[in-house]
Design a binder for this molecule. Structure first.
Ligand code: COA
Length: 186
């Protein structure tokens, strides 16, 4: 079922409401070009096409795209990894890892990224991941707010994580026993 996107433009005295529908689905090879374009438009961390395809093969159900009409306007891609938990001491866990997420500027603040993350977390939970991790720049307050709203919390910091030397905040949410049932699936 498509979601409703409510974009509100406020003038001094006039409020205008427009409604657009968006839908989410699993990435398909035909989406590759659009995903690469969204990635290059929205993020400084860009990847070669083989990396997108390799990530898709690692975790197909957690690579989701958002569409408005026939246009692809957002994506999320994840991997499944294994390692020691940052929140459960000395526990070796199956980790979901959000590698990249972006929504085209003109379609932001309409709930698209929230739904992409929720569906990815559902997919990672179905793939028996115990926890989900991501890295985010400290300066990226918008993304941090998004993740905090979805119950991610700070696990640790990694200095010089990004190519420009910026530090990463590593954020985590638990998936085992986490009730994702209120989070919609399309
Ligand atoms: N200012 C403040 N908070 C914001 C915000 C903004 N401009 N945009 C999103 N948020 C927060 C809010 O808490 C929002 O919930 P609310 O609308 O109920 O208040 C919540 O995030 C969810 O917003 P949503 O509409 O689902 O996000 P989005 O579709 O606009 O996409 C990003 C959010 C971060 C993916 C998008 O801004 C983007 O593509 N940014 C560039 C790429 C990027 O930074 N990716 C993350 C790298 S770690």
């Amino acid at each position: 079922m498509p979601y409703s996107v409510h974009a509100i433009t406020c003038g001094a005295r006039i409020a205008m409401l427009t409604e657009t529908k968006f839908s989410l689905q699993q990435f398909d090879t035909k989406d590759l070009e659009s995903v690469i374009e969204i990635n290059r438009t929205c993020l400084p961390e860009n990847y070669a096409s083989f990396f997108f395809m390799d990530t898709f093969q690692n975790c197909p159900s957690a690579f989701r795209v958002a569409q408005v009409g026939t246009q692809t306007v957002g994506y999320i891609m994840c991997r499944i990894e294994h390692g020691f938990s940052d929140i459960k001491r000395l526990k070796f866990v199956r980790k979901g890892h959000i590698i990249s997420i972006a929504v085209m500027p003109e379609y932001r603040r309409a709930g698209i990224a929230s739904e992409l993350v929720k569906q990815a977390l559902n997919a990672l939970q179905e793939m028996k991941a115990d926890e989900c991790y991501l890295e985010v720049r400290e300066a990226n307050e918008t993304a941090i707010k998004l993740y905090e709203k979805l119950k991610f919390s700070l696990a640790r910091r990694v200095s010089h994580y990004y190519a420009d030397g910026a530090e990463a905040l590593v954020m985590v949410v638990t998936l085992d026993g986490n009730d994702l049932s209120s989070q919609s699936q399309v």
